[in-house]
Design a protein around this ligand. Structure first.
Ligand code: B4P
Length: 190
């Protein structure tokens, strides 16, 4: 079975949460650009130093850094039978970069998790209490939502035009959302 999936949705919709669950069920690696940046920041790497202030402000990391990172990750052997991209692509230029990286191995499906902005702000503020993520303050969360609306939301139309978009309601119990996602993805795995 292969599944080359892209997970879309606003900050706090549940992408990271659901990506880990779906990856396990589908037997493909979940690749989160946000997690990769955070690991580099924690490890004090050159990349981490370059992106720390950017991610803390809620802005997008420059495309050239992000695209190179994804290109390297998708060249690894564990992606041969599929992958789940979480948080990438994040703007229309990154969609073009991903097309170029994948070539013939095009994406099977883009799955958008939808959620009301008020709900996602509440979730992220709750996470702030637990994890203390630098970009989970109310001001930065609002900025991340603006960046999402301006730069990331238009991606859905691109995949919809290709007939590859499904939307799944991200409101509700985590298990319930996983079930909805698996039902939506099912036909795209082969
Ligand atoms: P990300 O790590 O992608 O952060 P995010 O959009 O907030 O999503 P995340 O996956 O963490 O949260 P989730 O919705 O799962 O990006 C962070 C930063 O990295 C960006 O701002 C940017 O600077 C940079 N970056 C990343 N990718 C980039 C790219 N491609 N280009 C440029 N820059 C990039 O979960 C949120 C919370 O909700 C959790 O606490 C979870 O427990 C809770 N939750 C989830 N589902 C729930 C449910 N059903 N009910 C209740 N709570 C739920």
């Amino acid at each position: 079975m292969t599944a080359r999936l892209v997970l879309l949705g606003p900050p706090g919709a549940g992408k990271g949460t659901q990506a880990a669950r779906l990856a396990e069920k589908l037997g493909v690696p979940a690749i989160s650009t946000g997690d990769i940046f955070r690991a580099n920041i924690k490890g004090g790497t050159e990349l981490g130093k370059k992106v720390q202030a950017i991610t803390a402000s809620g802005a997008l990391v420059p495309d050239e850094l992000t695209n190179d990172l994804v290109r390297d990750r998708l060249a690894q052997a564990d992606t041969a039978d599929g992958f789940l991209l979480d948080g990438y692509p994040r703007n229309v230029a990154q969609v073009a970069a991903l097309d170029e990286i994948l070539g013939e191995r095009a994406v099977d499906l883009a799955v958008e998790i939808t959620a009301d902005p008020d709900v996602v702000v509440g979730r992220l503020l709750k996470r702030a209490e637990i994890e203390g993520r630098e970009d989970d303050t109310e001001d930065v969360i609002r900025h991340r939502l603006d960046v999402y609306a301006e730069q990331t939301a238009p991606i859905s139309a691109v995949y919809a035009e290709r007939g590859l978009l499904v939307q799944v309601d991200g409101i509700g119990d985590v298990d319930e959302v996983t079930e909805r996602l698996l039902a939506a993805i099912g036909p795209a795995t082969r």
